[in-house]
Structure formats: structure tokens, C-alpha cells
Design a protein around this ligand. Structure first.
Ligand code: URA
Length: 217
């Protein structure tokens, strides 16, 4: 594990977006909720961009030549359906040329306090040597995230994996740090202290998928 970065550890505009995501009176505006997740994805992507490999490039303008640089890494932006979609869009807003990958998984209740994670579908290209970003807005236990990553890793060995979440629990961060099988970094909006018995983050924000898209049957 090379690094854990937390956006709201310093004062910046991300706090406004996170506050709105958590506020029930603003959560009723679904488009704004999705847009705020997208914006956290954009800000974290900018931070990730500082870790990528670049090569020098001369850019010819109408008036001369500007010395610049371009990203040389090949990126694959992945997410877990369905709550991950707005954040995934935010990442793609920043990395124009990235490929994409998708995992479908869901949590089912097996008893009073138990939650089982079921994975149904993985779709991505070859991940060998690529930079993989896995965007999932709520890093709760970390188990569904690592299951999704395990599914993706059947498609190759990335150069580096970046895990991205808007809100994580401290337990989830520790679980991912201790169990992730590849070289990885974690990029978060905020870290909350607790998980409840149904594996929801406290204070968190509620059910991100429902707030983005409406309640499921
Ligand atoms: N998924 C959510 O949407 N919210 C949580 O608090 C945990 C997992």
C-alpha cells in the first residue's frame, strides 16, 4: 500500500460537496446528489493525476511552441454498479482517453446482522501494465470492493490500482490496506469512524445507490 489520501483532511471546496451529500434536505435533489459524487470523483482524479507518468511534449500553438508534458500511462476506470456510476463519470471527465470496466455486485441480507456480497458480472479489457482506478462511493467494510477487484484482476495485472471513495469507514480502510493483493493507493473524500450492524457507514450519508437512482425492490 503506497498511500492513503483524504480530501477533507485540509480545508478545501470538497467539504461543501461532502456536506451536501450528507444533508437529508439536499439529498432529495437527486441530480445534485449525483453531481456532488461526480465532483468528488473529479477532485480525487486530479490528485491521482499527480502520481502518473508523463513525457515531455512540445505543443505548437498558432504563435509558437509551448513546452509541456502528456500522460503516458494507460488508464482503465472501473466501477461497481450501480452506486458507482456518478463517481465513475467524474473520473472519466478528467481522464479523456481512459478505457472502462464494470463490476455488478449486490449486498443481500442473510440474517439479522449479516450481509452477504454477491458478484454477478465483470467486464473489462486486459489490465496488464495499466493504471486501474476503482471508484466506489461508499467504502464500508471493504469486502465488496476487494471482491470486485478480485474479479477485475482475472483480466490482468495492473501497474498500479487506485481505490477511490467519497466516504469510507475506518474499518473499511484498514481492511483494504491489510488485504489488498496488489500495489495500491486509496483516495477518499472523508473517513467516518463507525459502521452499524447492517454495514452502513455512520454518520455516512445513507444508501448512495438509492439516493442516486431511487429505491430498489
Ligand atoms: N453503501 C452505502 O450506500 N452506504 C453505506 O453507508 C455503506 C454502503
Amino acid at each position: 500500500m503506497s498511500k492513503v489520501f483524504i480530501l477533507n483532511q485540509e480545508a478545501n471546496v470538497a467539504s461543501n460537496y461532502l456536506n451536501e451529500l450528507r444533508d437529508p434536505s439536499i439529498q432529495t435533489d437527486r441530480a445534485r446528489f449525483r453531481r456532488n459524487l461526480e465532483r468528488i470523483g473529479e477532485l480525487l482524479s486530479f490528485e491521482i493525476s499527480k502520481t502518473l507518468d508523463y513525457q515531455d511534449a512540445d505543443i505548437t500553438t498558432p504563435l509558437g511552441v509551448a513546452k509541456s508534458r502528456v500522460i503516458t500511462d494507460k488508464l482503465v476506470v472501473t466501477t461497481i454498479l450501480r452506486a458507482g456510476l456518478p463517481m465513475y463519470e467524474g473520473v472519466l471527465n478528467i481522464f479523456d482517453h481512459a478505457d472502462s470496466g464494470f463490476v455488478a455486485s449486490y449486498r443481500s441480507s442473510t440474517g439479522e446482522d449479516e450481509v452477504e456480497i454477491n458478484m454477478e458480472y465483470v467486464a473489462s479489457g486486459n489490465l496488464d501494465g495499466k493504471i486501474v482506478i476503482l471508484a466506489d462511493p461508499m467504502l464500508a467494510t471493504g469486502k465488496s470492493l476487494l471482491l470486485a477487484l478480485e474479479g477485475l484482476l482475472k483480466n490482468g495485472t495492473p501497474k498500479h490500482v487506485h481505490i477511490m471513495a467519497a466516504i469510507a469507514s475506518q474499518d473499511g480502510v484498514d481492511y483494504v490496506k491489510n488485504n489488498i493483493p496488489v500495489e495500491a493507493s486509496i483516495w477518499l473524500g472523508a473517513v467516518d469512524a463507525e459502521l452499524n450492524s447492517k454495514s452502513y457507514i455512520i454518520p455516512g450519508l445513507g444508501d448512495a445507490g438509492d439516493l442516486c437512482f431511487g429505491e430498489k425492490l
